[in-house]
Design a protein around this ligand. Structure first.
Ligand code: AAO
Length: 484
């Protein structure tokens, strides 16, 4: 369950938060496929409660009302077409699976596909689920429970969401049928929402009943779905991520928290020389890494001071470090703009999601941020694909916030997060030649639109990163996209 089954040479997925299926299919063909992205985490595809009383917040999609594939992102036909079109261009689809609970607490009772529910009676006729399928006695998780009481975290309700009992054969069967339906349509795996709130033993039974990936979508025979479980573990709680790594991969929330501290100048970059398990991170293959996610970029979940697109220079620095460093499997966030932390995606008066527009410089409009279309970010996806699984070599730092390192004679990257300029002749591991920095610009014909770096026959190169430069990163790599 720990292999994402990316197409050959691909390494990185992006969360296209709240995108419509038709728009994702187009994005696979026009951008993600050609640019070497490995996959996409999509928003939950199953029917959710419509919450007009809160102006259709983003979080209504975490309130399941049935397992029918009909949401604001599209219907089953559109979903099916999206998966086919993305797999055809080498981009995998990972589903955000909400299997811990069903909707709760709001006055509305109608779903995005017209199904109804009566949460007060634990009644969800479109599955169907009834009272016997939920944990009793009824209780709701409080903040203190995380420190003391694993049984309450797993058997009580998260935020008043009706808590399914995955210990029963009937509930397991409904969940497995839902996930196997998605596998039959060609998805490559799942994010398991709120995994901390389910018993590992129950999850193991569910995972082991999943079918192999669909060979008609290009997966090798016998391939198991990639599974990453959402377990927030920053330490000090009764439930640990280590209870879940024997099952499948786990979201590594320490990753973005620590790198955010570093790139916000609350910790020095030089300490990153042993980034990885030396920092208390999960083992590389167990870790789904990211800087921000859809929760903590807006103060939900493990909130705190996480870097987001709103602090663009620091954010691009942290993302570049994540993509340049070999630890774990990276995931990028792709957001819509917001000031209200509850607000849903750009929508019209009827609640229909408005598609992103695409500007001539590759960026998005209509309220979409599309971090994955920022040159400094997609160029580092290509960098990561190029350097593969090679180790970090030639580490250099100035004893503060200027660092540089190399990867496998293929790529070199430098960072300056100090208040003064970096001007150094540094040992790269690259073959002699002229390279275009892929952060300040790109190769264009026989020229660089940004910085041009000459690596001598001794492997050394003169590197400059001004403290006032637009970006704090410089990256060069072998390959036609970067070498003159
Ligand atoms: C909405 C309304 C609620 C209403 C509810 C029911 O907002 O007022 O009661 O509907 O009608 C999302 C939103 C929720 C929303 C929900 C359903 O975030 O606001 O509720 O949809 O519409 C916990 C879980 C984690 C979860 C996270 C949000 O463990 O699984 O809360 N994330 C996922 C999704 C998320 C979604 C759901 C789950 C539900 O990604 O989008 O909710 O499907 C500690 C624990 C964490 C815990 C947090 C929650 O974290 O460790 O496990 O996350 O508390 O507060 C420091 C600590 C850190 C701590 C944190 C907060 O950072 O280091 O450990 O403080 O105390």
């Amino acid at each position: 369950y720990k292999n994402p089954h990316y197409a050959s040479g691909r390494t990185t997925m992006v969360h296209l938060f709240e995108w419509k299926w038709d728009d994702i299919a187009a994005e696979c063909e026009r951008f993600l496929g050609p640019r070497g992205f490995g996959g996409i985490q999509i928003s939950p595809p199953n029917e959710n409660l419509v919450i007009w009383s809160r102006q259709r917040p983003w979080w209504e999609r975490y309130q399941p009302i049935s397992y029918r594939l009909v949401t604001r992102s599209g219907n089953e036909a559109q979903f099916t077409s999206m998966v086919r079109r993305c797999n055809d261009v080498g981009v995998r689809i990972y589903v955000d699976a909400i299997i811990n609970h069903m909707t709760g607490t709001w006055n509305e009772n109608t779903g995005t596909g017209g199904s109804t529910a009566n949460f007060g009676q634990w009644s969800y006729p479109s599955v169907p689920y009834g009272r016997n399928d939920f944990n009793f006695p009824h209780c709701v998780i409080s903040g203190n429970d995380y420190g003391c009481c694993p049984d309450r975290v797993r058997n009580c309700e998260l935020s008043g969401l009706k808590d399914l009992n995955q210990g029963t054969e009937y509930v397991r069967t409904q969940i497995v049928n839902y996930m196997n339906h998605l596998i039959s349509l060609g998805v490559a795996g799942f994010r398991i929402d709120a995994a901390k709130h389910m018993w590992p033993g129950d999850l193991r039974v569910i995972f082991d009943r999943l079918n192999n990936l669909n060979t008609a979508h290009g997966f090798p025979s016998g391939a198991r779905p990639y599974i990453y479980q959402e377990v927030i573990d920053l330490g000090g709680e009764a439930i640990s991520r280590d209870e879940y790594t024997p099952l499948a991969a786990v979201t590594e929330f320490k990753y973005g928290m620590e790198l955010s501290r570093c790139f916000q100048r609350n910790n020095q970059l030089r300490w990153l020389h042993n980034w990885g398990v030396g920092w208390g991170l999960l083992a590389s293959n167990d870790a789904l890494n990211f800087i921000d996610n859809h929760d903590n970029q807006r103060g939900h979940g493990a909130g705190g001071s996480i870097l987001t697109h709103k602090q663009a220079k620091q954010y691009k620095g942290a993302i570049a470090f994540m993509l340049a460093h070999p630890h774990g499997w990276p995931q990028l966030m792709s957001s819509f703009g917001f000031s209200d932390t509850e607000a849903g995606p750009p929508m019209d008066n009827s609640g229909n999601i408005v598609s992103p527009s695409i500007n001539s410089d590759n960026t998005c409009g209509n309220g979409w941020i599309c971090e994955h279309r920022w040159r400094q970010i997609y160029s580092m996806v290509a960098f990561r694909n190029r350097v593969g699984s090679t180790a970090v070599t030639n580490w250099w730092d100035n004893g503060g916030n200027q660092i540089a390192f190399c990867r496998g004679n293929q790529g070199f990257v430098a960072f300056n997060n100090d208040y003064w300029d970096l001007n150094q002749t540094l040992q790269t591991c690259l073959p002699a030649g002229t390279y275009c920095d892929v952060i300040s610009g790109e190769k264009s014909g026989n020229n660089c639109t940004g910085k041009r770096i000459t690596v001598g026959s001794d492997g050394r190169a003169s590197i400059s990163l001004g403290s006032n430069d637009y970006d704090m990163v410089l990256a060069i790599h072998a390959g036609t996209e970067s070498r003159l």
